[in-house]
Design a protein around this ligand. Structure first.
Ligand code: FAD
Length: 528
């Protein structure tokens, strides 16, 4: 009866919402707290924002938007969908996908930001080890996780994304990478336990030791196997200060050699000194604010003097970015850390004189992309389409990729940052659903296009992304799409490779046999 009541409510609301969607402006004014503390089924609400995403290139109008207050609400929505032919359910984090992955055309969208229970809380391991964890709702923003645990406990997760206004469930459904990944692993390697509502409407708690198959399926699982309603994330003491440094290269070969040397330093007791964060990006040899040196801001502006570049420097330069965290017990902020960083960077072959450093608070360091967001909102490029392309490219092929794609096809820039930095496969658990290239070292290549008026049409940029993917295939580069967007089984099977695809299909049959979940990924059609 509960199911039937819930679904009647969804149906009743759908009609109203279809009308609301016709008036986009009116529907978009849905207040954030509309769900309030009302009982389970009352969390149905409108909001045409869920019909689009950060990419701004796909529109899919749902039948209804459900704002779950608890995992029971999520389970009820999924069970209700199972009773209706063709009805699908998409968990929506913060809608920062770029190709409609969090949408449900004619289905139910679960607005996971509404999830209030469980509340964020600290969990201390009962095993006497003193290990501490963050228990957080799947719809929590990483930014909120950071602020809550640093402010209340002086603790923080080890692994982040560059930008923190993403949800825990959203990044864990992909991977969650940043400059910390080479050392601490991606976010999917930093989870102790999940609460998941699977496609049959069952709520299960899973971990590496309890229901491990479900646990690993969900991590990087593109939302296919269950909705993450709670995650338990290991915490460590948060540093207060970070020494953040940048150096510039005119040669990609030297840049890549140094970056790989840094990420393969031996960590741990008696090991070598290792940075906490290693990233990097390509930029056009100009002071253009969108494609040149200022494209990835640095504290204090850090004036770039091109006269220091060697003769013959090409149109594309490379910036290696590192950070060292202050030991929380160490009172000294600048002196000791500054000396350590200089010592660690001494063997690097960057262009002399083109080095920059700043001491910043830990929270400020992790919040650095907020400044980019503010500027992009001001100039309108935040709300414009984002035909982004993210790839993992094996170290084996990165030199060829750089020559053919970055210096070849993208030598004028992409109207946004071009991230390119290495990480280590051994920090990723092969049991998760994430598909990676072969080989221990691979690069994240992120082409983060911010369209502004006057540039090429979005269609042209999408076509260029297609051409890049074709070039990767034609040249036999060992690569995988990150945030893949494919159509049809054959493309997905190629993405995963035969063995992983078989496992993915088996896991789908086990946890979401009707293929209700995450239809926006366009992997499995809803079983009737
Ligand atoms: P959504 O886009 O809402 O959802 C993504 C997918 O996950 C969908 O299929 C959805 O159905 C599913 N999903 C969402 N919530 C849940 C849940 N609770 N349970 C199960 N499935 C769920 N990524 C990085 O790795 N590193 C970065 O540094 C980084 N920086 C970014 C910067 C910007 C400005 C933007 C826009 C994106 C960035 N991303 C980065 C990409 C980001 O990780 C993805 O967009 C990711 O999808 C998370 O966004 P979201 O929380 O809005 O999820």
């Amino acid at each position: 009866r509960e199911k039937a009541t819930f679904f009647r409510l969804v149906q009743a609301s759908s009609k109203k919402m279809m009308l609301a969607y016709m008036d986009r402006a009116a529907a978009a004014t849905e207040p954030e707290d509309a769900a309030g503390d009302s009982p389970a089924a009352s969390t149905v609400a409108a909001g045409c924002a869920t019909a689009t995403d950060f990419g701004g290139m796909v529109t899919a109008i749902p039948a209804a938007v459900v704002r779950p207050a608890s995992s029971d609400d999520v389970a009820n929505a999924i069970r209700a969908a199972a009773l209706t032919a063709g009805l699908t359910v998409a968990a929506r984090g913060n809608g920062h996908s770029v190709s409609g992955q969090a949408m449900a055309d004619g289905g139910l969208v679960l607005d996971m930001r509404a999830l209030r229970r469980p509340q964020m809380q600290l969990v201390v391991s009962p095993d006497g080890s003193g290990a501490r964890f963050a228990d957080v709702p799947g719809g929590a923003l990483w930014e909120d996780v950071l602020h809550f645990f640093v402010k209340n406990y002086g603790l923080a997760p080890a692994s982040w994304t560059d930008y923190l206004r993403l949800t825990v469930g959203g990044t864990l459904s992909n991977a969650g990478v940043s400059g910390q990944s080479f050392r601490y692993g991606p976010q999917v390697s930093n989870v102790a336990e999940l609460e998941v509502v699977t496609g049959d409407g069952e709520c299960r708690v899973c971990s590496p030791s309890s229901h491990p198959d479900l646990f690993f399926a969900v991590l990087g699982g593109l939302g296919q196997f269950g909705v993450i309603t709670r995650a338990r994330i290991p915490l460590r003491r948060a540093p207060r200060w970070v020494r953040w440094a940048r150096v510039v290269y005119a040669s990609f070969a030297e840049y890549a050699a140094d970056a790989e040397w840094l990420v393969t330093r031996r960590d741990g007791d008696g090991g070598e000194e290792v940075f906490d964060y290693v990233e990097g990006f390509a930029f056009v040899n100009s002071d253009d604010p969108v494609n040149g040196w200022p494209s990835v801001p640095f504290p204090g502006g850090a004036r770039f003097d091109p006269s220091l570049l060697p003769a013959g420097a090409g149109p594309i330069l490379y910036c290696l970015e590192v950070a060292l965290y202050q030991d929380p017990d160490d009172e000294d902020k600048g002196g000791v850390m500054g000396k350590r960083v200089s010592r660690m960077m001494a063997p690097l072959k960057y262009v002399s004189g083109l080095e920059f450093a700043a001491d910043v608070g830990y929270v400020d360091f992790l919040s650095r992309v907020n400044r980019v967001e503010e500027e992009a909102r001001r100039n309108g490029s935040w709300d414009a389409p984002h035909p982004w392309l993210n790839l993992f490219v094996s170290s084996r092929d990165i030199a060829g990729f750089e020559r053919a794609v970055i210096r070849g096809m993208l030598a004028d820039g992409i109207d946004g940052p071009m991230l390119i930095y290495p990480m280590l496969k051994s920090k990723w658990d092969p049991n998760t659903s994430v598909a990676l290239p072969d080989g221990e070292i691979f690069y994240l290549v992120a082409l983060l296009r911010f369209c502004r008026g006057g540039g090429p049409a979005v269609d042209e940029l999408v076509a260029q992304n297609g051409a890049i993917l074709r070039a990767c295939r034609a040249n036999g580069y060992d690569h995988k799409a990150y945030f893949p967007s494919y159509r049809g089984e054959a493309e997905w099977a190629r993405h995963f490779g035969a063995a992983r695809w078989r496992r993915f299909v088996e896991r789908k049959a086990r946890y979401d046999p009707l293929a209700i979940l995450a239809p926006g990924q366009k992997i499995f059609p809803r079983a009737q």
